[in-house]
Design a protein around this ligand. Structure first.
Ligand code: ADE
Length: 237
């Protein structure tokens, strides 16, 4: 199986790479090739019987769309796993907690002027759903590791939310549990190409006025938690 593992920022995939200051998760990987393509670096690796294509897209919906499509169309990924951090919206989610997206939507997609709901464009859908099988595997991993994994709605937009009123609006409009800047774009790409996907995020902040400081403080630690979880899933795929 060829598996894409992607994040948005270097820090989010760094735990997989040898340059990590953490115990490198890539010690489990046989890293054999780095490829520059379309302004990004893709790492080809092997993990047990799997071929891995690993990389980060840079922040935002356009960049993550490019990377997800490249991993599928150029590198032949058959499954895509996203790992990274998010702002918590559901008050149950504390910094460091893990959320697996059960649905994803774009909170900044707006043609409501034409009478459509927020997040909808014709021939699309407000919510895109990840693979039920990968969610099931995630649940198994969480049970084995005694991790309280929350499944929930992730809202994506080209906006770092550090504002209580915007956060509340997104929460109420989309019933969102967490906010980030790539997941729904990756979901749309995978859905279009019929590639099973999974979006995992660890909470780095709570998308309010303290979000910038929290993000800077917890980005690395939360990225590590998300990456560790994703690598555990590989054994079950
Ligand atoms: N990723 C992590 N925290 C975020 C936030 N508050 N807004 C958007 N994306 C994020």
């Amino acid at each position: 199986m060829k598996i894409a593992i992607m994040g948005a920022m270097l820090e989010e995939v760094e735990p997989f790479l040898e340059l990590s200051e953490h115990e490198p998760l890539l010690k489990y990987f046989k890293k054999y090739n780095d490829i520059e393509y379309g302004g990004n670096t893709y790492h080809e690796a092997k993990y047990k019987d799997h071929e891995i294509i690993l990389g980060y897209s840079k922040i935002g919906k356009v960049n993550s769309t490019l990377t997800a499509a490249t991993m599928i169309e150029k590198f032949g990924a058959e499954i895509l796993l996203f790992t990274g951090v998010a702002g918590g919206v559901n008050p149950k989610l504390k910094i460091g907690d893990l959320i697996a997206a059960t649905q994803l939507c774009q909170h900044d997609l707006d043609i409501t002027a034409f009478g459509h709901p927020h997040g909808y464009v014709p021939e699309g859908a407000v919510y895109v759903k990840p693979s039920a099988n990968l969610l099931h595997i995630a649940k198994e991993v969480a049970d084995e590791k005694n991790i309280d994994l929350i499944g929930g709605i992730i809202a994506t937009g080209d906006q770092f939310v550090a504002d209580e009123s915007r956060k509340e609006w997104i929460k109420n409009t989309f019933d969102a549990d967490a906010i980030e800047m790539e997941g729904a774009a990756v979901a749309v790409v995978c859905d279009a190409f019929d590639i099973p996907f999974f979006i995992m995020r660890s909470i780095s902040d709570t998308a309010d006025e303290g979000a910038v400081e929290d993000f800077d403080e917890f980005l690395k630690h939360s990225s590590q938690r998300s990456s560790s979880f994703v690598i555990s899933m590989l054994d079950k795929i």
